[in-house]
Write a protein that binds this ligand. Sequence first.
Ligand SMILES: Cc1cc2nc3c(=O)[nH]c(=O)nc-3n(C[C@H](O)[C@H](O)[C@H](O)COP(=O)(O)O)c2cc1C
Length: 172
Amino acid sequence: MNAIFKRKSIRSFKSKWVSERLIKKILMAGMAAPSSWNSKPWVFIVIRDKKILDEIAEKHGYANMCRESNCAILVCGNPENMKEKDFLPQDCSAATENMLIEATYLGLGSVWVGLFPKEDRMNLLKQLVSLPENIIPFSLVVLGYPAEKKKWKKSYYGDKVYLDKWGNKPKI
Ligand SMILES: Cc1cc2nc3c(=O)[nH]c(=O)nc-3n(C[C@H](O)[C@H](O)[C@H](O)COP(=O)(O)O)c2cc1C
């Protein structure tokens, strides 16, 4: 559970190579996420090409950290075999979060770089990794050995919790 609380967005990385062994563990964590109708609509593209990572840093607008990374995983959604296609964002979000937590557990830094539903950012990734037209580039998990330390603490926001009805304060 500590990995959930320790997870912070890390945007500065050392040059140390992230191994395929760790990447596989992170992918497995993504694939263990809950999925509507168990449709598992995600497809993952592991990006290791420095030219692509640099171009994301240059053009995305909020992904400068890609310049320092040697691995980012593009989480895509394939709506084709989904029973309820509008659940695709939730399925891809759950996979993305699992991957961030696993990366933290493994001692890696990570950050969720948003793509969906921003057309310009989605188009950028679509073009850079040659996605087929029906595949949705959802999020980018940028990985690396952390070159910054972030403080973390367990927080509880009592004002965001009600009991049974809106406005009822629980005794927790
Ligand atoms: C949907 C979504 C999109 C995000 N997009 C970006 C992004 O494009 N670039 C970035 O540096 N961080 C991005 N983040 C990370 C948030 O900025 C970060 O989670 C938030 O500031 C809280 O900080 P923490 O992750 O360290 O707890 C995104 C997070 C989410 C959930």
